[in-house]
Design a protein around this ligand. Structure first.
Ligand code: ADP
Ligand code: GN1
Ligand code: MG
Length: 371
């Protein structure tokens, strides 16, 4: 299949942007979808922008179900935001349908494209430069969880089956090792050993789910800092984006994925592992803000399991990067050879750090248990 650029003009023509399109440029730092920022020039008003995305055909096999989820969730969030006196046009993403009236456009390769109006006067951060910023993102993700607590979970499709099933992720890694399609296993001895030594960990949250200790809730499942738009004036989290993986899941995973990405001072693909470490202050700040945003609906067990959310999301993400490296980088977009192996290494370094700080991580959680 050709790159997204080959179908860009076709996709642009499928939507009515309300004014002439003057350009469309690649945008953002997402690893999975192909994102473009579309600039239009209305007659008398300033340039209006839109986000145009080709939904990854590798990650998402059923775009109709995915878009049904997104329309359901964004309509629901919009109503909640309106009832609370907020601005639904800025605080929730909105879907601009193509001229056909469907939820998305299908190009000649069979790939799905969708459009969202650009939420202006916001900032999307790639790293938590200050604790205040990280706390604001935590409140926003926590509040997202709270707003969706009564959403009819049974109406949501599973857009990626077994998305945060860490046991299954490890099984897929084992299959990739056995296949060794590109002869890369020989470069990954320590990383493979690291993952295998944590096989029992991979079952911890799933066992707690299976035995009823942890409940399923409607969760975001991809709570990276760059999936929340911050208000440029107030610095508060304004709009949660990237809703492709909103599905029933574990709230500890939403907490944990934010920690994985944000509670350190390095990019995911940092090659100097000496620089990669868990920042316990950021961890504590995020925990407090996330729980404040969630607003008291978590059970004691969920709070106790928060450190596991952090460790398992980080371990799982490392396993996924490693699997993709072994399979030839077909899932996570790369801009240089070896990038997915570098990403795996940062994740595993963070896991080691979490293991070293485990007692402190548990103490942070304990501080937030009901007295
Ligand atoms: P991916 O799934 O590839 O991560 P995202 O939906 O997160 O794709 O979009 C990629 C980037 O595009 C985001 O990190 C953000 O910078 C920007 N973005 C996405 N939607 C909007 C929007 N509605 N308004 C402004 N920026 C957006
Ligand atoms: C992907 O799409 P993006 O870049 O926000 C991935 C996440 C990973 C993350 C690692 C649908 O997120 O699960 O944690 O990369 N999204 C999907 O950075 O697989
Ligand atoms: Mg994203």
């Amino acid at each position: 299949m050709a790159g997204a650029e080959a179908r860009l003009q076709e996709a642009l023509a499928a939507f009515d942007f309300g004014a002439p399109v003057v350009g469309a440029l690649r945008y953002g730092k997402g690893h999975v979808n192909d994102t473009f920022c579309v600039h239009t020039q209305p007659d008398e008003t300033p340039c209006r922008r839109f986000i145009l995305q080709r939904i990854s055909p590798v990650a998402f096999k059923k775009p109709d179900e995915l878009m049904e989820n997104i329309i359901g969730v964004t309509d629901y969030l919009g109503r909640q935001i309106e009832q609370a006196g907020g601005d639904r046009g800025r605080e929730a993403i909105q879907v601009l349908r193509p001229r056909s009236g469907e939820a998305y456009f299908t190009d000649g390769d069979g790939c799905a494209w969708r459009v969202y109006p650009f939420v202006e006067h916001t900032v999307c951060h790639q790293s938590a430069e200050t604790p205040e910023l990280f706390a604001a993102s935590g409140r926003a993700f926590g509040q997202f969880q709270r707003l969706l607590r009564d959403y009819p979970a049974e109406t949501l499709h599973e857009t990626i089956p077994r998305f945060h099933d860490t046991e299954d992720r490890l099984a897929k890694l084992k299959a990739a090792i056995a296949a060794d399609a590109l002869g890369r296993v020989k470069d990954c001895g320590p990383e493979i050993a690291f993952a295998m030594a944590r096989e029992a960990d991979c079952s911890t949250a799933l066992n707690a789910l299976r035995n009823g200790e942890l409940p399923l809730r409607v969760t975001h499942n991809d709570t990276k800092l760059n999936n929340v738009l911050m208000d440029e004036k107030t610095g508060e989290g304004l709009c949660i984006i990237d809703l492709d993986t909103v599905m029933p899941g574990l709230v500890i995973n939403d907490f944990g994925d934010s920690i994985r990405f944000g509670a350190n001072h390095c990019a995911e693909d940092e090659t100097d592992l000496n620089k990669v470490s868990l920042d316990m202050d950021l961890y504590a700040v995020y925990a407090e803000a996330f729980l404040e945003g969630v607003g008291g609906v978590l059970t004691e067990t969920e709070i106790r399991y928060l450190p596991w959310g952090a460790k398992l999301m980080t371990l799982e993400c490392g396993i996924r990067f490693l699997t993709d490296y072994l399979e030839g980088d077909t899932y996570f977009r790369i801009s240089r050879p070896g990038q997915n192996l570098d990403r795996c290494r940062t994740q595993f370094k963070l896991v080691s750090d979490m293991e070293a700080h485990w007692t402190e991580m548990e103490a942070v959680a304990a501080k937030h248990l009901p007295k």
